[in-house]
Design a protein around this ligand. Structure first.
Ligand code: M6R
Length: 604
């Protein structure tokens, strides 16, 4: 959460910072700011509440420079306000700092070192920059020594970019747990929370690892550990396509990303299957899963739901039990593990702090792990033993869509590869290439029903404050994801429920007009779910029935074409994505940037 960008040695510093912040806005968008300085030492700090466009409106024409730092915020300490927006300054305003993360001991630091200081806002970041300023201006340390001393005191997560207004030809950088990357330009250098935001300027990057300190000047990058030992690190070229991060002709990223799902499915076939239909999954990953007696899938939010969507298939094809772990809980206490566990981390961004905290523990225990992610080179990818990429292309809308379906499909290739390596007939019998092609077609058919779905939304979801999704087995897992999607972008309070559980308490919430959306794809339980639909209708609920063709009735509202049961969590989720999108649109909300949220959740 929060996005950081910095540049040094480029005449278009303001433009680069603003463009970078626009690309980073998905990380947080409640306030933003930039600090820019020019060769003559003239500098300017501009901050604004709201979006980057609000900051742009405040900039004025005289904000130009050759170096600077910028920040887009997702509030943790202190409400969104100009005072709490970054960059923050030291007491004398000589030092300027942007920060992504959470300083856990900021209150203790304030009490011990800064008890007489006045602060403009309530952020932990302001404490950090005051601390650095104090060490320089009161204790006589050099800026580097002061920064190091502050880093030795600060506990928590951070990506810092610090500038000294008296010597603005350097950006002091350090990170722990929060993502940060160096971008190398011709005669200038950059620092940024992610590569995508720098790709317009450069495709050459250098990683920074936790507890490294980097001095960035226009023509040099010097990395050391916190003890001052130099670290040599090669740069790498990232093959990122600038056109991938545009909206094209779409009004919103979410709609574009929903529509991209058939392509994502087909692309995965070429990534993970050979032309003869055999699997192209790295043998060392297959072997590691084969050796496991239990697979632990760790994830958050939509990725967690994707884990459930893949569980039945993983178990059936690998004959290995699969346990799901919600990352924000497992970080604090792992349950009793099996003798030979294998961990799979599912994460679109590869940066989710909750998941990473579990991965750190897994690594400490020396256990094998795989990250399934959409972002090559992301933290979870670098730190896990193995990586499988979804290759869905950048997902910019805060509400995850193509990453969910891409994760399940990627796990299908893994499951089949492992099952075949184990000689399991069920794996050979599952013609994944054919089945996933059918899934792509099924998605296309559902996408062509958008207008009809929009009408259903208009009738049933436009005014309501709450709603339910119900389903059994796989459809229950899809209902969890469907309700998360509706909640996060339309602000309708929605619960995904195991259809059979309703009568054990929650049915008391059903009254006239409450929308209940039922998912049916499994013939073994469809009749029971239909019974549950009757129960809620009898109590006044307004229903939408989404049924797979195989179990559908003429009166059902949305029919999804048949796919293999292992993959129904992909096809059945598509109408629910459209329902969420349409509800948000029709309510006039910001589909891509819902309130209070951020795309990459990099704080625990
Ligand atoms: O990047 P990750 O997949 O690790 O992110 C996990 C969740 O934060 C994410 O899926 C979140 O729930 C989405 N906004 C849901 O649409």
């Amino acid at each position: 959460m929060c996005g950081i960008v910095g540049v040094i040695g480029n005449r278009n510093a303001t433009d680069i910072l603003m463009q970078g912040l626009e690309k980073l806005e998905y990380r947080g968008y409640d306030s933003a700011g930039i600090f820019v300085t020019n060769e003559a030492g003239k500098s300017k700090l501009v901050k604004s509440v709201g979006r980057i466009e609000d900051l742009r409106d405040k900039l004025g024409i005289d904000v130009s420079g050759t170096a600077g730092i910028g920040h887009t915020r997702w509030a943790t300490h202190g409400k969104p306000s100009v005072e709490n927006a970054h960059p923050h300054t030291s007491a004398s305003e000589r030092f300027v700092l942007v920060h992504n993360g959470v300083i856990e001991n900021f209150r203790e630091i304030q009490a011990e070192y800064l008890s007489t200081d006045d602060f403009k806002g309530q952020t932990d970041t302001e404490i950090a920059v005051h601390l650095i300023g104090k060490f320089v201006e009161e204790d006589g340390l050099s800026v580097l020594e002061a920064f190091k001393k502050a880093l030795s005191i600060i506990e928590g997560s951070y990506a810092f970019a610090l500038m000294d207004t008296e010597n603005p030809d350097m950006i002091y950088v350090a990170k722990n747990k929060s993502p940060l990357l160096i971008g190398l330009g011709e005669g200038y250098n950059m620092v940024c929370s992610d590569a995508m935001a720098m790709i317009r300027e450069t495709s050459e990057f250098m990683e920074i690892h936790d507890k490294e300190l980097v001095l960035v000047t226009k023509d040099n990058i010097a990395i050391t550990d916190y003890q001052g030992n130099p670290i040599n690190r090669a740069s790498y070229t990232a093959e990122l396509d600038l056109s991938d991060i545009g909206k094209g002709t779409y009004p919103f990223y979410m709609l574009k990303e929903i529509d991209e799902q058939p392509t994502v499915m087909r692309k995965l076939i070429t990534t993970y299957a050979n032309e003869d239909g055999s699997m192209k999954v790295a043998p060392e990953i297959v072997k590691a899963v084969q050796e496991a007696d239990r697979i632990y899938v760790i994830a958050a939010g939509t990725s967690y739901n994707a884990g459930f969507g893949a569980k039945m298939m993983l178990e059936a094809l690998t004959q290995t039990p699969v346990e799901l772990g919600v990352a924000s809980e497992w970080g604090y206490g792992m349950p009793l593990l099996s003798k030979k566990p294998f961990f799979i981390f599912l994460s679109q961004s590869g940066e989710t702090a909750d998941s990473r905290q579990v991965l750190v523990k897994v690594n400490e225990l020396g256990l094998p792990s795989l990250t399934v992610t959409n972002v090559p080179g992301s933290t979870l990818s670098r730190e896990a033993t193995y990586t499988m990429l979804i290759g869905a292309g950048p997902e910019i809308a805060v509400a995850s869509t193509k990453a969910y379906t891409g994760q399940i499909a990627t796990l299908a290739f893994l499951a089949k590869a492992v099952g075949e390596a184990d000689g399991l007939q069920a794996a050979y019998d599952f013609d994944l290439v054919k089945e996933l092609s059918l899934v792509a077609q099924s998605i296309e058919a559902t996408l062509s029903e958008k207008e009809m779905i929009a009408e259903l939304v208009k009738k049933l979801l436009l005014e309501t404050r709450n709603a339910f999704y119900i389903g059994r087995k796989q459809d229950y897992f899809v209902s969890m994801e469907a309700s998360l999607k509706l909640k996060e972008i339309s602000y309708v309070q929605c619960e995904g429920f195991a259809a059979g559980e309703l009568k054990h308490g929650t049915i008391s919430l059903i009254e006239k007009g409450v929308p209940v959306i039922a998912l049916l794809s499994d013939p073994t339980v469809a009749a029971h779910t239909r019974g549950n639909i009757m129960e809620v209708v009898a109590r006044g609920a307004s229903t939408i029935v989404i049924a797979e063709e195989s179990v559908s009735k003429p009166e059902d509202d949305i029919i999804v074409s048949n796919v293999h049961p292992y993959l129904s969590a992909i096809s059945m989720v598509i109408p629910t994505q459209i329902i969420a999108y349409e509800t948000s649109m029709q309510r006039g909300l910001d589909v891509d940037k819902p309130r209070n949220l951020a795309k990459a959740v990099t704080v625990e």
